[in-house]
Design a protein around this ligand. Structure first.
Ligand SMILES: Nc1nc2c(ncn2[C@@H]2O[C@H](COP(=O)(O)OP(=O)(O)OP(=O)(O)O)[C@@H](O)[C@H]2O)c(=O)[nH]1
Ligand SMILES: [Mg+2]
Ligand SMILES: [Zn+2]
Length: 311
């Protein structure tokens, strides 16, 4: 059975890049990709193929195909839906849409929980350098934001696709790895990928000034081969994330800087909320853990407990 990689999913079709190239005239206008449906059994088992899946497929008479088998995944994200990636580049714009650190921390929780390596990319730097071009010129404290996340241990990239800033650093981070670009609509994910690869023409869109957010220009997940080696997935933006499969006890382990501290909490399984002898709370009081991070931790904890109460 031929094998391949799902590089795109769109309207119920999966586009498979076969390991053994197929002749162009066999596959219609899809430049070497085989347009496949998923075998019915997947639906019954409540499994859907994901972009990033290594699959076995069958060719049918009409040149299309059927995905018959999905190889075991090394990682799996539901939002954005992509499998087998190693790192997630979280793109957050300094403005337009306004920088939202609570959302960034939420994305980080999800990525840490999935076991992927997060990389934070603060985009649209030109808007804070030339504040008159931005809606409000997000601010002088941007440096302290970068330092906060670097101190926690994250790789932080500072970019402006418009001025070509940081593009080489992004290239370096993506080289030879399988990555996904993730972030709200309008933050500039597709624009940054276009800047990396001049031959690429991903569709990009204006953000709505009135709503202060993007218009969901990218509508499907697509894996793009990098000229230097590796793959990167562009994805549609989103800003709603819930904590469906996570337990409140697990939240602390997704806040990287809490992990070594929690070993010194008086109680095992300390939720760092109201327990006495909590080392995390002490660190917040001392200022060695950022107040914003702890605030977001408590908000997420509350959100998770709320969900448990409702279901
Ligand atoms: N000033 C400035 N604008 C940028 C920059 N990068 C992207 N933009 C603009 O931001 C808008 C949105 O860019 P996209 O690349 O479509 O954003 P996206 O993250 O792919 O959005 P979705 O596909 O909807 O998730 C476009 O109007 C871009 O021209 C930048 O570095 N500086
Ligand atoms: Mg896009
Ligand atoms: Zn604690």
């Amino acid at each position: 059975m031929p094998e391949g990689l799902i590089v795109k999913a769109l309207s119920g079709y999966y586009y498979v890049l076969p390991d053994e190239p197929v002749l162009a005239d066999e596959v219609g206008g899809f430049a070497g990709l085989v347009q496949c449906r998923a075998r019915g059994i997947f639906k019954k088992r409540n499994i859907s193929p994901l972009v990033g899946d290594r699959v076995e497929f069958e060719r049918s008479e009409n040149g299309e195909g059927t995905v018959t088998e999905i190889c075991p995944r090394t990682s799996e994200l539901i939002r954005p839906p992509v499998s087998n990636v190693e790192q997630a580049v979280l793109v957050f714009s300094m403005d337009e849409p306004a920088l939202n650190l609570q959302l960034l921390d939420k994305f980080l929780v999800h990525i840490e929980y999935s076991g992927l390596e997060p990389v934070i990319c603060f985009s649209k730097q030109d808007l804070i350098r030339n504040p008159e071009e931005g809606e409000k010129g997000a601010g002088a404290d941007s440096e302290s934001v970068y330092r906060l996340y670097e101190t926690i241990g994250y790789k932080v990239l500072i970019t402006s696709a418009k001025e070509g800033e940081g593009v080489e650093q992004v290239r370096e981070v993506l080289k030879d790895r399988i990555s996904v670009f993730s972030g709200q609509s309008g933050v500039g994910k597709s624009t940054l990928l276009n800047a990396l690869m001049p031959h690429l023409v991903l569709e990009t869109g204006e953000i709505s000034m009135r709503l202060g957010r993007g218009r969901h220009t990218t509508r499907h997940v697509e894996l793009i081969p990098l000229p230097e080696g590796g793959w990167v997935a562009d994805t549609p933006g989103f800003s709603q994330l819930d904590f469906m499969e996570m337990e409140p006890e697990e939240l602390g382990s997704t806040f990287r800087e809490f992990v070594p501290l929690s070993e010194e909490c008086r109680f095992r399984g300390c939720l760092h909320h109201k327990e006495p002898g909590c080392r995390v709370r002490e660190a917040v009081a001392e200022g060695s853990v950022a107040a914003t991070r702890y605030e977001h931790y408590l908000l997420f904890l509350e959100e998770m407990k709320d969900r448990k109460r409702r279901y």
